[in-house]
Design a protein around this ligand. Sequence first.
Ligand SMILES: [Fe+2]
Ligand SMILES: [Fe+2]
Length: 433
Amino acid sequence: MKLVLIASTDSIEAEKISNTLPQDQKAAIIQSSDQLASLSNGSAIVIVDHNFYEQYGLDFFKDILKNPHPPFLMLAPPDDIQTMVEIMEIGMRYIPKIPDYQKLLGLAVNNTLAQIKEQEQLKQTIVILQKSLKEPESSESEEKAHEVKINILDEIVFVFKRGEIELPTLPQMGIRFQEMVNKGLNLQEIGELLKQDAAISSKLISVSNSAYYRGITESKNLGQALSRLGLKNAKRYVDAICNRSLYATKNKRYVKLLERLWEHSLACAYASQILDESLVLNLQDDAFTMGLLHDIGRLLLLQIIGDLQLKRKLGDEIENAELLNTINGHHGKFGAALLKKWKFSESFVKIAAYHDNLTIADSMTNDMAVVNFANLMVKSLGYTTNENENDLLQEINLEDTESARFLGLDVSMIDEYKNQVSAFMQDLKGLFE
Ligand SMILES: [Fe+2]
Ligand SMILES: [Fe+2]
């Protein structure tokens, strides 16, 4: 177990701080800058008391925080705005040293430790994945083309190991919503939860007032919006709204690609839903959310690569075609690992893993067929994940696919589904921003 370091020049204070840690957490109290410099890198968290900071100063910390480092939490008086700003600018977290700060610190430490644990587990998953991605012997000409793809992945794994990538976390509101549904709470009680988030509430109201749902009167508040949408749809749109926020990137190069991926995912979500409803499949997990998340591995890889390029840890010279090939080939495994990490059910994980390649799935199931077909159908409507896919699509005959046959779809049914998806996208796609 890694240590929590407590840096304080006052031994009584240090003792107080160490009492806030979980009982089984090992800690070390340090009083000198040398000790901090040499020990910080191998520790889980560093808690800095403001007296220590005052003694060694901003430059000392700037130096330490330049390199990869564990989370630094600093206790400082709540009225010392200048210090607060200084430390946050260099990447330390600020905890106000109010009279009963122990409670606050305890919470912050617990949360940070939980996050670290989660990141560690995912890093291990990725390392295992990466090993399994390295295919054995291949012919020489293939080898060269393959090399580039593996290099991007190698790089990703390398920075993961150094803790330089933050993985997206599952939006909390969606989880809490699901918990309330599981507990059997009603719309009104769930409304109370959603009210806490003004952005989600206002988007749900707009969705309920869209041409697609609009009744005779306008819904003016969350309660009216929820009763118009119903519990199931409300859950779907909360998932969509929460997920929408994940499709963001600071790397301008990928903004368009991510926007396109979002539309593809939303269209696939709705297409999956109408397939489930019209064929009365009663899938165990909600088809909309399965469709929404099927390509989450693409999102993950694009964000990681974009992030690495911004941090100059991966060259900018990767060509689009290479990038897309890497993502096409590996997003299934990455998506499955992420959904597993987020504790989604086995169906979600399998769909993420096999939706583009049914032949490697162990068996064909209704939910797999639904998402596979929805994915192809929305591409034929132009909701592709990238431009290169447009050319390939000319050759696909939707009614002649394995999933269409499995689900028993004919041309007229498919046309009807396409119309419904187009109408939905036209009315709703702009409302989740
Ligand atoms: Fe995919
Ligand atoms: Fe897809």
